[in-house]
Design a binder for this molecule. Structure first.
Ligand SMILES: Cc1cc2nc3c(=O)[nH]c(=O)nc-3n(C[C@H](O)[C@H](O)[C@H](O)COP(=O)(O)OP(=O)(O)OC[C@H]3O[C@@H](n4cnc5c(N)ncnc54)[C@H](O)[C@@H]3O)c2cc1C
Ligand code: SF4
Length: 547
């Protein structure tokens, strides 16, 4: 039985919690990590599209409800490393403008309490920690960066290179997607990553994806002061009589009830589960849920407006690793339309098996297998705006209810139309001429379900940070306004969601909050000295393997 009092307890080991654990580990402070899931097993099914995409083998079996009370099977994963075990590792910075007020067609995207410049050093650190491979200067919307990427961009395979040239010819600025994979293209025989076709959505069988488990939790556990308990589900946080301090973290583990305490308690359960945890922790001192005097906890849920679009050609697309190209030319609008539209990139290459899980409209004369062999599979993301009625609540049994009404859809529709028009303007193919392009087909994303709400991969915004305790639950350091020793470092702190994938921002912010916690514990100098000397050794070893 582990001891019960720690300097820091971190709940959840994903992008936020895992990165924070890595930041704090070398401080010598006693740290307890509580993770509701187990390790993702390493087995051949990791790379089976049937097991992962059709059977949903690694997804939670939990059921939530939507606002009409209908069952909702969320597309999310509980385990060491959280959703980063399954992510596509496309690690983008938000644009500088995303930190200010942005006017969209559907309303206003509010400003953050911190500026891009305050987060910038941590973006650089997070990119280095997660071994991001990229090329600066290709994307004109990129915010300024204080250092180059440490690892070269992942190259395009021929079909994607051809698309990149076509888009450039049309006056766009396609760029190499920044990717956290440990690929060394200059030394393929020794590269840890083998550039396979089952990265996005799958765990990496050879541990070459920069996920929070491999990059953060494993090294953190090398420190004797860090303890991880798996299958440890945190049910409730309890406070002292004043309500200003969390004094008990209540855990269900192996059907037993346990409790732990710490000087600092950090929730990093993902935006939906952190909100649910605070809402479950009602008490006389916090009758609307812990740290929820403002009534914002659970509200302003955002998850992006996402589409998967297959552009079908008569010529096959033999690409294996497809997620190497992105386009941000329409991020803030276009000459014809002065409102943000969003981001275009790719999902991992779809195959017939995966398509059978959420079959697209079938092109006449094509089978799913043939469509998978001939499609370019785009991922389009637009910003959804924070609406207080889009929210996480709990039903009478304590189950999660996710209410969501889509908003700001016009920019997304225009982004889809832009992509369609770009595909029609590709160079004529030598075999089929302009008849090669067969159109765009949307694919329903969600395993075994036709409910778009189930796609909670980009969940954020439910416990927003801000300077005003009346409109935010967390202060600018992600500490609860109402509870002195409670922090939240998963995606819930976002006041607005931008239109690029969220994980790098969550990681960078966890490093930022980590520095604040180290300061508070009087441990910053020792942690920085220890991690600087470890970085010297670490960079030496990883460089050989990956760059
Ligand atoms: C298929 C897929 C592809 C994606 N691709 C990308 C991508 O390419 N780029 C990108 O930026 N983002 C991507 N994402 C999103 C990215 O994975 C998330 O934004 C990120 O992991 C969120 O980090 P987090 O710390 O908020 O939560 P998570 O990473 O989800 O971590 C939360 C952790 O808390 C644990 N937990 C929850 N409740 C409790 C509890 N009560 N007690 C104890 N533990 C608890 C969970 O088990 C989990 O380990 C993808 C997601 C998915 C599912
Ligand atoms: S080997 Fe490379 S491409 Fe394949 S899953 Fe692992 S990190 Fe991704």
């Amino acid at each position: 039985m582990p001891s019960s009092h720690y300097d820091v307890i971190i709940i959840g080991t994903g992008a936020g919690g895992g990165t924070l654990a890595h930041r704090l580990a070398s401080s010598g402070k006693r740290i307890l990590l509580l993770e509701r899931g187990d390790y993702v097993p390493r087995e051949p099914d990791n790379w089976s599209t049937r097991a992962v995409n059709v059977d949903g083998k690694y997804q939670t079996k939990e059921q939530w409800r939507d606002k009409a009370g209908k069952p909702l099977h969320p597309h999310t994963n509980y385990g060491v490393g959280g959703n980063t075990k399954f992510y596509g590792a496309a690690l983008f910075r938000l644009r500088r403008e995303d930190f200010g007020v942005l006017r969209h067609h559907g309303g206003v995207s509010p400003a953050w309490p911190i500026s891009y410049d305050e987060l910038e050093p941590y973006y650089t650190e997070a990119e280095h920690l997660y071994q991001v491979h990229g090329a600066r200067g290709e994307d004109p919307t990129d915010p300024p960066a204080s250092a180059p990427y440490k690892y070269p961009a992942v190259s395009h395979e021929p079909r994607i290179q051809q698309l990149s040239e076509d888009l450039t010819r049309l006056g766009l600025h396609p760029f190499h997607t920044p990717l956290g994979i440990m690929l060394d293209e200059r030394n393929r025989p020794r590269s840890r990553c083998i550039r396979c076709g089952t990265c996005d959505g799958h765990p990496c069988l050879v541990n070459a994806k920069s996920d929070a488990h491999i990059v953060c939790i494993e090294p953190a556990l090398g420190h004797p002061n860090v303890t991880l308990l798996t299958n440890a589900y945190v049910t409730r946080l309890e406070t002292n009589a004043s309500g200003r301090e969390v004094t008990r973290v209540v855990v269900e583990r192996d059907d037993q009830r346990e409790s732990y305490s710490a000087d600092v308690v950090v929730s990093s359960c993902g935006a939906i589960n952190s909100a649910a945890l605070l809402l479950r922790s009602v008490s006389d001192q916090h009758p609307r849920g812990l740290a929820n005097g403002s009534d914002v906890v659970g509200r302003h849920y955002m998850g992006h407006i996402n589409s998967v679009l297959m552009a079908l050609s008569r010529c096959p697309n033999p690409t294996i690793f497809q997620k190497s190209l992105a386009v941000n030319d329409f991020y803030f609008g276009s000459p014809e339309w002065d409102h943000p539209m969003g981001h275009i990139s790719f999902v991992g290459k779809l195959d017939g098996v995966t398509l059978s899980a959420g079959a697209p409209a079938i092109a006449p004369g094509w089978t799913l297998d043939l469509m998978g062999k001939h499609s370019l599979d785009f991922w389009l993301t637009s910003e959804d705006l924070p609406d207080p009625e889009n929210r996480v609540t709990l039903d009478r049994e304590g189950k999660i209810v996710l209410a969501y009404t889509p908003n700001n859809g016009e920019g997304h529709r225009r982004l889809v139309a832009k992509l369609e028009s770009l595909m029609q303007q590709q160079r004529a193919c030598q075999i089929h001429g302009h008849e090669c392009h067969q159109g765009l087909f949307s694919r329903n994303l969600f395993v075994g379900q036709q409910i778009p709400l189930a796609g909670v991969a980009h969940q954020n915004g439910t416990i927003r940070f801000g300077d005003d305790p009346a409109t935010s639950a967390l202060d600018r350091n992600c500490r609860a306004h109402e509870v002195d020793n409670l922090y939240v470092v998963d995606g819930s702190f976002f006041p607005s969601s931008g239109a690029v994938n969220p994980a790098l921002t969550i990681m960078a912010n966890a490093l930022r909050v980590g520095d604040h916690i180290l300061d508070r514990l009087g441990a910053k100098a020792s942690a920085l000295a220890a991690s600087a000397s470890a970085a010297g050794t670490r960079i030496g070893t990883t460089a050989g393997a990956t760059a």
